[in-house]
Design a protein around this ligand. Structure first.
Ligand code: RB5
Length: 146
């Protein structure tokens, strides 16, 4: 899969480690994130990754900021994006199985490296379950039309 990765200044180091993991898992990383620790604005990177996923340039995305929250809020403004913040592996697989999230976000100030890696493995290893969950996603998509 092609996986778009984006981050602000708080996620530079974690992004490098996560990119390595994703490549070791056999995927291709497209880096849309900041590569310097100089303070920058997370909405820029949330938008870049979200647009890459929405346009199908990437199959899914991973976003990192301090908490994972700000960057996910920005990504979720782009039509067709379902980005969930994950701080644990249960959320990471359920966000794919139930919500068919096409982007996950996590916080470099919240999760450590090993938890972040486990979150990525759990998300990439999960499958969307469809059925009643598809109906609920259709309800969310309808909200985008308003
Ligand atoms: C940047 O200092 C910080 O606000 C940002 O990384 C993120 O945590 C916002 O949600």
């Amino acid at each position: 899969m092609k996986i778009a990765i984006g981050n602000d200044h708080s996620g530079v180091e974690l992004k490098a480690e996560i990119s390595k993991l994703v490549e070791e898992m056999g995927h291709t990383v497209i880096n849309f994130g900041a590569d310097s620790s100089e303070s920058c604005d997370y909405p820029i990177y949330g938008e870049k990754v979200a647009r890459a996923v929405a346009s199908k340039e990437a199959d899914c995305g991973i976003l990192i900021c301090g908490t994972g929250v700000g960057i996910s809020l920005a990504a979720n403004k782009i039509k067709g994006i379902r980005c969930g913040v994950c701080s644990d592996t249960t959320t990471a697989h359920l966000v794919k199985e139930h919500n068919n999230a096409n982007i996950i976000a996590f916080g470099a100030r919240i999760v450590g490296l090993e938890t972040a890696k486990d979150i990525v493995r759990a998300y990439l290893g999960a499958e969307f379950m469809g059925g009643r969950h598809q109906n609920r996603i259709d309800m969310i998509s309808k909200l985008e039309e308003e």
